[in-house]
Design a binder for this molecule. Structure first.
Ligand SMILES: [Zn+2]
Ligand SMILES: [Zn+2]
Length: 273
């Protein structure tokens, strides 16, 4: 039986003879039903109509995104470390060419995903890369729509999944929203892979924080303060967001601190000068 994929958010569901009636992710207030109604695609058809673009994004970092754009349009990141490769975040399309390229980059020891919008075809990726574990924060488990033994729900505030590679629960966008800190990233100065939990702005110098980006629903002060506090103990020069090129390449930690302060000021009653 096929595993249908929602065309608007890219989430792949458990096997079913007919497509599900609704998409759980898109029916949520953080997302939306596509303007032509709920539509579905299979991985085979996606493979026939799309391909992946695989390009270097930084030192030891490779971006993997789908062309033409599919669903939310995020890109995954392959992180190369001496202890093994990590796939950070995920996309719907996985094909033989992509698997081969990832193998040639040293393969993947584990997959970790920031939040349900990027769960996409995570189980297909796990299988293709050698049944590797998929780390998801347990607070977001209600959003998993294809269950599999590869999924490792982690609890608490941080989890080191490889030496120098730590998942940090920030919350905010989703209760279990997670970023990844990579000690050796940015030539040893540290890198934060932030998905859209810490959303790198178009200026590539600052970041924003939202409950919903497409529906413009902001987060409250406490949630944004908590995001800032969650990453405060970590050093990082660079922040890699969820789209190709949407990265802060210098003074990343100062940029996140500044962005938290700016956000809190913006939602306070004080006038901006
Ligand atoms: Zn959907
Ligand atoms: Zn999201």
């Amino acid at each position: 039986m096929p595993h249908f994929i929602c065309c608007t958010c890219g989430t792949q569901y458990g096997d079913s003879a007919a497509p599900p009636r609704d998409c759980l992710i898109c029916s949520d207030e953080r997302q939306y039903i596509g303007w032509s109604g709920q539509t579905w695609i299979t991985l085979d058809r996606l493979r026939a109509e799309h391909h992946n673009r695989i390009v270097p994004e930084g030192s030891g970092l490779t971006g993997i995104g789908t062309e033409p754009k599919f669903a939310i349009g995020q890109r995954a990141l392959h992180v190369r470390t001496p202890g093994g490769g990590i796939l950070w975040d995920c996309i719907s399309l996985i094909d033989d060419t992509t698997t081969e390229r990832i193998r040639s980059m040293g393969g993947v020891t584990a997959i970790a995903i920031s939040h349900p919008h990027y769960y996409s075809s995570m189980i297909e990726w796990s299988r293709a890369l050698g049944d590797v574990p998929v780390y998801l924060h347990e607070a977001d488990s209600p959003w998993v729509v294809r269950h599999d033994r590869a999924i490792v729900f982690w609890a608490g505030e941080t989890r080191e999944i490889l030496p120098g590679v730590t998942l940090i629960r920030c919350g905010g966008h989703f209760p279990g929203a997670t970023v990844l800190h990579w000690d050796a990233g940015a030539h040893g100065l540290g890198a934060l892979l932030s998905g859209d939990v810490i959303m790198v702005g178009q200026d590539r110098r600052t970041a924003g924080f939202m409950h919903s980006y497409p529906n413009y629903i902001p987060l409250g002060a406490a949630a944004v303060r908590a995001i800032g506090e969650a990453v405060e103990a970590f050093e990082f020069e660079q922040v890699y967001g969820a789209w190709f090129g949407q990265n802060i390449l210098e003074a990343g930690k100062q940029a996140v601190r500044y962005s938290v302060r700016r956000y809190l000021l913006a939602i306070s009653d004080r006038e901006r000068s």
